[in-house]
Design a protein. Structure first.
Length: 428
């Protein structure tokens, strides 16, 4: 398997590797983190106001919002595979990722023209198309820049920078809405300008990943004259036992993963928060994610990425159960802190850690496609999960929907743990 040992100056021009906590991170990882930071400022400005804008402003039902939230997470899953495959075939990871970033920037401007719930949904579908194209090539650029033993650290640094943008975006939206009451158009305009800046950073300061070394000359000479035709890339990757297990695990847990937008809406309803303060809820999640991403990534490198990934999923049912618990008269602040802290730690232990777990399992020539396969399995499951949660909310109310999701996730974790223990026993 190809391992990049190239120095940061060889990968990202003359950009030196940062010092201090980021000292071991190549320049490519750091610059991609800055691109994600800027892009997430843009994206989270919109995401922070979107649930209230659609459900309170445009009158969308919980079921319709569940469908939209699922679309936001998984409807472009096939494009993840397309983006990954194109990047691997052309070795143009940066170009494919840049196309996705540029498409998302255009969609921020298109939100100014969308005035109905489903026109907004169409624009968001196009925006998710951009995200689907860029995510796997970007993660492949990160994975190819560091050796296997430092994958968790590299993804932790990237996700920390990415999450700094997720923290600043809602603050920017809050500031705009504070100055301009119902100023959703102002939010969308500023978001578009910031997204364009992210595309410029990528174009100017990120260089393409180094190509893997050529195959040994004796490999083709010793091949039989009537060799079997190679399997399609996805089938080849799914024959890898480690990747197949990760895909099944991520998909099973994704079915019962409650979207954070639903949790924010439930917090807002339980505490009767003002609409102006609603964009601040993602700030708390992002702050915890920012502080925890690098330490959790380093922990995953030491104790095992799969263990950290599964442990992180225990936190989400905890957040759901907190929302179901009775709240004392003066306990609103504790409820907010508890839910947002658990949600932030959940993302810190699952987002980059999953990609770090998959990276070393994949050959360099199919790294982007392999990551896209894993992201697609998780995204499709979360799409189905959002539809189920929205349906349960509509039919039985938010309390029952939360209880079912928490129970389903805990049961899924138990199944995964039991199967993993049985496999370990057979191996020994």
């Amino acid at each position: 398997m190809y391992l990049s040992t190239t120095r940061a100056s060889d990968i990202a021009g003359d950009t030196p590797a940062p010092k201090g906590p980021l000292r071991a991170v190549p320049g490519t990882v750091f610059v991609l983190g800055l691109v994600s930071l800027v892009t997430d400022v843009s994206a989270e400005m919109v995401t922070a106001v979107l649930p209230l804008y659609l459900m309170a402003g445009l009158g969308m039902s919980p079921l319709a919002f569940g469908a939209l939230d699922g679309l936001h997470q998984g409807a472009t899953a096939v494009l993840r595979l397309a983006g990954g495959r194109i990047a691997d075939r052309t070795r143009r990871h940066k170009l494919v990722a840049g196309t996705g970033y540029a498409l998302s920037a255009v969609c921020k401007a298109a939100l100014l023209l969308a005035t109905t719930p489903w026109s907004v949904a169409a624009v968001l579908a196009a925006d998710r198309t951009g995200k689907g194209l860029r995510t796997a090539p970007r993660d492949a650029l990160i994975s190819l820049s560091v050796p296997p033993g430092e994958q968790g650290r590299a993804f932790g640094v990237h996700r920390a920078l990415d999450t700094a943008g997720a923290l600043l975006g809602p603050l920017a939206a809050f500031g705009i809405l504070w100055v301009a009451v119902d100023g959703y158009e102002a939010v969308f305009t500023v978001s578009c300008c910031v997204a364009v800046l992210g595309v410029v950073l990528l174009a100017l300061f990120v260089r393409e990943a180094p190509a893997p070394p050529p195959a040994p000359p004796h490999a083709s000479a010793s091949a039989p004259t009537r060799a079997r035709p190679p399997l399609p890339p996805v089938r080849t990757l799914l024959r890898l036992p480690g990747l197949r297990r990760l895909c099944l695990t991520a998909a099973l847990l994704g079915l019962f993963t409650v979207g954070d937008a639903f949790l924010y809406l439930l917090l807002q309803r339980r505490l009767d928060l003002s609409a102006a303060f609603f964009p601040l809820l993602p700030v708390g999640t992002a702050a915890v994610f920012l502080l925890a991403a690098l330490p959790v990534g380093r922990l995953a490198d030491r104790v095992g990425r799969s263990r950290v990934f599964l442990g992180g999923h225990v936190l989400l049912p905890g957040a759901c159960l907190l929302l179901l618990a009775p709240v004392p008269a003066a306990g609103g602040a504790l409820l907010v802190v508890g839910v947002l802290a658990m949600l932030g730690l959940f993302y810190a232990a699952t987002d980059g850690v999953l990609m770090a777990a998959a990276g070393p399992l994949l050959p360099a020539g199919l790294r982007t496609t392999g990551l896209a396969v894993l992201q697609t399995a998780q995204a499709l499951a979360r799409f189905a999960g959002s539809l189920m949660f929205g349906s349960a909310w509509t039919l039985w109310g938010p309390g029952t929907a939360l209880g079912v999701a928490a129970a389903g996730l805990l049961l899924s974790l138990t199944v995964v743990a039991v199967l993993g223990g049985a496999r370990a026993e057979r191996a020994s």
